[in-house]
Design a protein around this ligand. Structure first.
Ligand code: AMP
Ligand code: MG
Length: 465
């Protein structure tokens, strides 16, 4: 079923705990990602058989798998926790796609592990479907991200203040190695493991890097691109803890994440983010903070301390210009314009949008047609702006691919989850189909482009736990 080659399992035993997924009573396939299966060289037909579903539920372990839970630490909302680890996820192993790319196959919600602390190791249907929809939309928009191969209902009850149906997500990632993985060994002063992890990551993700400093440079650059891509979609990750920042640069851990409807830079959705630490506009600074933690882990491997600190600091500081360039390119694409001199024009539009609480996605999607005007309660400022913008002869072809007409709006995700809880997967399937063609306008999906009605607005999102 899978041709495993498990490089992580070959790392020292301190890196993980070998652990089997815990079987579930009545596995039932809810969703299978045929496009992703094809991209990975997997036989979707086989994954849909009872034998395949048994694997996706954790009831059967395929030949060649070496199931394990990864050890990691992390700063959660700025506070350091020396041991987190996969408490509800089991890595089955790694496969190689036909194009040679290596991917982790992980079951999220697969039962307890030595890292579960007091948690049940499970996930419920809501966050599983949410991650499926949002991560696949991100992939469709070419944002670096983990992917969703399948969602399976377990037939078991999960308790989250109330009884909810359990589910397992099959997550696919370039790797699940995080800033927190490095922190786990750094805080233990385990130089040998840090070195082994660094070598592993360089070989796996950044083969052109010739050592820890070049690795740091590469991760800084990758994260600058990823965060700029989030910003251009109005995406708020919600829990940018260091354990939720992947070394590969992929977006990982879709917990309380959300896309803005009405634009405001200080928007926060996560119910646990009371200080607004991870608000939309704060994300680039938080990335720098997280990368500084990563740099701190690498310094002991970088030779003499003084020069190492200096070089690492310089590397982290390069995030700002790289991010600014990526931001300009992304928003330039959205407006069909180019170049540093146009930055103030982009900022002027965002200011007008914030003042008028205009819908982020609908403004950009409606620029070329002129429909954007209707998103502003007082369109005078916008009209003036639009004249200046039109004078630059924007390239509407470039705009079309950068401005989705549909995003995974919170109220639509909630409606799909509500229906799924009542046994109806049709709204999920429809949304899922529509979100993987996000830039294609189609009359039958017009309603999915609508902003929420006042009663439909979702004000808070919750962690996946
Ligand atoms: P997260 O907030 O999802 O990034 O998770 C933070 C930590 O809590 C990680 O170590 C998770 O593995 C762990 N965790 C979250 N939910 C559960 C759960 N239901 N059971 C066990 N561990 C969990
Ligand atoms: Mg996490």
């Amino acid at each position: 079923m899978f041709q495993f080659d498990n490089s992580y399992a070959r790392l020292p035993r301190s890196f993980y705990a070998a652990v089997m997924p815990t079987p579930v009573s009545q596995p039932r396939l809810l969703a299978l990602n045929h496009d992703l299966a094809a991209r990975l060289g997997l036989d979707a037909g086989r994954l849909e058989t009872p034998d395949g579903v048994a694997v996706l539920a954790g009831n059967a372990v395929p030949r060649g798998a070496e199931p394990l839970a990864q050890a990691y630490a992390g700063h959660q909302f700025g506070g350091f926790v020396p041991q987190l680890g996969d408490g509800r996820a089991v890595l089955l192993g790694e496969i190689t796609a036909p194009d040679g790319a290596r991917f982790d196959i992980q079951l999220k919600g697969a039962g307890q592990t030595p890292f579960s602390r007091r948690g049940d190791g499970r996930a419920w249907l809501g966050p599983v479907l949410r991650e499926y929809l949002v991560s696949e939309f991100m992939a469709a928009m070419s944002v670096p991200t983990t992917r969703a191969l399948a969602a399976v209902a377990t037939g078991e009850t999960v308790w989250r203040e109330t009884a909810l149906p359990g589910a397992v997500l099959t997550r696919v990632a370039a790797s699940h190695i995080r800033v927190g993985t490095f922190q786990y060994f750094a805080v233990r002063d385990d130089r040998a493991s840090l070195k082994a992890l660094t070598d592993h990551v360089i070989a796996r993700h950044y083969p052109q890097a010739d050592g820890p400093l070049a690795l740091l440079d590469a991760v800084v650059a990758a994260q600058a691109e990823t965060i700029a891509a989030w910003m251009a979609l109005g995406f708020i990750h919600g829990v940018m803890n260091t354990d939720n920042m992947a070394i590969s640069g992929e977006t990982i851990d879709y917990g309380p994440c959300a896309f803005m409807d009405a634009y405001h830079p200080q928007t926060v959705f996560s119910s646990i983010d009371r200080q607004g630490r991870y608000a939309w506009a704060n994300q680039p600074q938080i990335a720098v903070w997280n990368l500084a933690q990563f740099a701190t882990c690498l310094i002991p491997l970088m030779g003499e301390e003084g020069p190492a600190v200096e070089a690492a600091t310089e590397s982290v500081h390069r995030f700002a210009p790289l991010y600014q360039a990526a931001w300009l390119r992304r928003f330039g694409d959205k407006l069909g314009i180019e170049g540093e001199p146009n930055r103030p024009l982009i900022e002027r539009l965002l200011t007008l949008m914030a003042e008028g609480r205009a819908d982020f996605t609908r403004v950009f999607a409606g620029l070329a047609s002129g429909a954007a005007r209707a998103e502003f309660s007082d369109p005078r400022g916008f009209d003036e702006w639009a004249r200046d913008w039109r004078a630059l002869s924007p390239d509407t072809g470039r705009m079309a691919g950068a401005n989705p007409v549909r995003i995974p709006r919170n109220h639509r995700i909630e409606q799909a989850i509500e229906a799924a809880l009542a046994g109806d997967m049709a709204p999920f399937e429809r949304l899922s189909q529509a979100l993987v063609r996000p830039c294609e306008a189609r009359p039958e999906w017009d309603d999915l482009s609508d902003a929420p009605l006042p009663a439909e607005i979702v004000h808070h999102t919750f962690c996946g736990t």
